[in-house]
Ligand binder design. Structure first.
Ligand code: NOJ
Ligand code: CA
Length: 514
C-alpha cells in the first residue's frame, strides 16, 4: 500500500467535460491545469482522469485505438506530461484510466488480428474456430471481418476482448493463460503501464479489472495474472497506485491492488445507501429524509470486507462516477450534505466526482453521446460560472449542454453562498486532513446501527461520527467515553452527553473523546 494514499481524497475528472481552453467545445489538459488550484483548494489532493487516449470515442474513450498516444482533442503527450508536472508541483497526484480488457476495433492490433492469414496478432483477441462456430456464453460478433471466426467482445461490439487466456478450457480455440500469445498480451499491457508511469503519472484506475481471464468464475486465474502485474509494477514503481474497478475488495486487494471501489450494484448492501428506489418509486435510500432506509445490510457486508482486507489495501467510497446517475437525482442539498459527510468520514480512499461538490444535476432527456446512453446525464460539462455554457467553453457546440447559465448551480455562486454544499464539502475534507483518525487507516467500529432504524453512529479512532439523514428526531444510548462539549463538525442539531445521543432532523456531527 502506498503511503500517499493514507490522506488522499481523489477528484474524478471526465476530461471532455471539465474545461475547454481552445473553444472546440471539448475539455482539454490545459483546462485541467488551469483548475488544479480549484481542486486543491477544495481539499482534493489527487485526480483520477477518465481515458484520454487516441480513440474513435464509441465508448467515451474506453475504446482505445492507440494506448501510447493522447487523443488530439485533449492535447499531446507533452501536454499531459505538463499536467503531471504541474500537479506534482502542487503536491497533487494524478492517475490515468487503464483499459486492459479490450481495445477499439480500430486498434492496429485488432486490424492485424482480423487478417485471414495467421499472424503475430491473431491471438491477441479471442476468435472461435470458424464463422459458424458461435457459442452463446460470452458475446461474439461475426461476419464483419475477413477472419474466419467470431470475435469475443468485452463491452460494446466495437470493443473486442483482449486475449489473456481461459482458465477452464471447453473449446479447442480457447488458449490457456500461459500460452505464449496470451503471455504476450500481458507483457504488452505492462509496457503500456510503464510507458505512462515513465511519463510521470502516479498510477491507474483499472477498468473492468475482473474481466481479463475468461471461464474463470472464481477469478483464480485473473487474480494470479494481476498478482504478477501488480508485483512487477510495484517493484519498479514503488509509489505507483493501482485502483481497481472490481467491487470485490477481497479479490482485488488480495492480488495487489491498492484500492478497490465499492460500486452501486443492485442488491449489494452498498446500493441500499444512496440510490435505492423501489418498484413503486419510493426512495428507500438510507440518506433520504423519508427515513425508510436501512444501513444494516451495508454494514454487514462492509465489516466483513474490512476485516478480510485489513492491511492489504483500501475500500473506496465514491460520491458518484461517470457510469452512475448523480445522487442529486434523488437527494436534495441537505440529504447530499449528510451523504457526502458520511462518505468523507469512512475509512479508505474517497473519490469525489467532478461537479458533485456543487450538487450538479443529473440531466434528464439527453441524446446519448459517445456511447453514454443512460450515463450521458451524468457526464455534462462542469458548471463554473454564469457565462456562456456556464464557463465551460466558448463554443456554440459544447460536448454536452450545461444548464441555463444563471439559473443552474455553478461554482462561482456556490463558493460565495453561505452554507452551500460546496462549503460543507470543503469543510469536511479539511476536517479529514486535520484528524488522522478520519483518514484511510483510522480504525472503524460501529456504535449504533439497527435494522430499519436511525441514526447510524460509528467510531473512528478517538472520534465519534453521528449520522441521522431522516427528518425525524432520534435519541439513542451509545456506549462511549465522555466527549468534548463542542463537536468538531456539525450539520443541524446534535448533542452527545452522558452517553445519550440526541439528533435533530437531518443532522450529522463529529465529536472528539476526551
Ligand atoms: C467501465 C467504465 O467505467 C465504463 O464507462 C465503460 O463503458 C466500461 N467499463 C467499458 O470499458
Ligand atoms: Ca478544447
Amino acid at each position: 500500500m502506498q503511503d500517499w494514499l493514507k490522506n488522499t481524497v481523489f477528484y474524478e475528472i471526465y476530461p471532455q467535460s471539465f474545461l475547454d481552453t481552445n473553444g472546440d467545445g471539448i475539455g482539454d489538459f490545459k483546462g485541467i491545469i488551469e483548475k488544479l488550484d480549484y481542486i486543491k483548494d477544495l481539499g482534493c489532493n489527487a485526480i483520477w482522469m477518465n481515458p484520454c487516449y487516441d480513440s474513435p470515442f464509441m465508448d467515451a474513450g474506453y475504446d482505445v485505438r492507440d494506448y501510447n498516444k493522447c487523443a488530439q482533442r485533449y492535447g499531446t503527450n507533452e501536454d499531459l506530461r505538463a499536467l503531471f508536472e504541474e500537479a506534482h508541483k502542487k503536491e497533487m497526484y494524478i492517475i490515468l484510466d487503464l483499459v486492459p480488457g479490450h481495445t477499439s476495433d480500430q486498434h492496429a492490433w485488432f486490424q492485424m488480428s482480423c487478417e485471414p492469414e495467421h499472424n503475430e496478432y491473431t491471438n491477441r483477441y479471442i476468435w472461435t474456430e470458424n464463422l459458424w462456430d458461435a457459442p452463446n456464453d460470452y458475446r461474439f460478433v461475426c461476419g464483419t471481418t475477413d477472419h474466419d471466426g467470431n470475435y469475443m467482445v468485452n463491452f460494446f461490439s466495437s470493443q473486442p476482448a483482449l486475449n489473456y487466456g481461459f482458465h477452464e478450457i471447453t473449446h479447442k480455440w480457447q488458449l490457456p493463460v500461459d500460452h505464449p500469445d496470451c503471455m504476450a498480451t500481458r507483457e504488452a499491457l505492462k509496457s503500456i503501464m510503464k510507458f505512462w508511469l515513465d511519463l510521470g503519472c502516479d498510477g491507474f484506475r483499472v477498468d473492468m479489472a475482473d474481466s481479463l481471464v475468461k471461464n474463470d468464475d472464481d477469478k483464480i486465474a485473473t487474480m494470479a495474472l494481476w498478482k504478477n502485474i501488480t508485483e512487477e509494477i510495484h517493484k519498479e514503481y514503488p509509489k505507483a497506485v493501482l485502483v481497481s474497478e472490481w467491487s470485490c475488495p477481497r479479490r482485488a486487494l488480495g492480488c495487489g491492488f491498492d484500492v478497490d471501489f465499492y460500486l452501486d450494484h443492485n442488491g449489494h448492501g452498498y446500493h441500499s445507501l444512496f440510490r435505492n428506489i423501489d418498484e413503486n418509486g419510493q426512495n428507500k435510500s438510507f440518506f433520504s429524509k423519508e427515513g425508510k432506509g436501512d444501513a444494516t445490510s451495508f454494514i454487514g457486508e462492509y465489516m466483513e470486507d474490512l476485516k478480510a482486507t485489513a492491511d492489504h489495501g483500501y475500500i473506496s467510497f465514491i460520491t458518484c462516477n461517470h457510469d452512475t446517475p448523480r445522487m442529486s437525482k434523488w437527494l436534495d442539498e441537505r440529504e447530499l450534505k449528510i451523504a457526502y459527510a458520511t462518505i468523507l468520514t469512512l475509512p479508505g480512499v474517497p473519490f469525489l466526482y467532478y461537479g458533485d461538490e456543487i450538487g450538479m444535476p443529473f440531466r434528464e432527456g439527453l441524446t446519448s453521446k459517445e456511447g453514454g446512453f443512460s450515463r450521458t446525464g451524468t457526464r455534462t460539462p462542469m458548471q463554473w460560472n454564469t457565462d456562456k455554457n456556464c464557463g465551460f467553453s466558448s463554443s456554440e457546440t459544447p460536448y454536452l449542454p450545461t444548464g441555463k447559465p444563471g439559473e443552474t448551480v455553478c461554482v462561482q455562486q456556490e463558493e460565495k453562498r453561505q452554507d452551500s454544499l460546496y462549503q460543507m464539502v470543503k469543510e469536511i475534507i479539511a476536517c479529514r486532513h486535520e484528524y488522522a483518525d478520519l483518514q484511510a487507516d483510522g480504525s472503524f467500529s460501529v456504535l449504533y446501527v439497527e435494522k430499519d432504524k436511525y441514526p447510524f453512529i460509528y467510531q473512528r479512532g478517538n472520534l465519534i461520527v453521528m449520522v441521522n439523514p431522516s427528518s425525524d428526531c432520534v435519541e439513542v444510548e451509545v456506549c462511549v467515553k465522555q466527549v468534548s462539549r463542542e463537536s468538531i463538525f456539525k450539520i443541524g442539531e446534535v448533542t452527545l452527553h452522558d452517553q445519550k445521543a440526541k439528533m435533530g432532523s437531518q443532522s450529522f456531527a463529529i465529536y472528539k473523546m476526551n
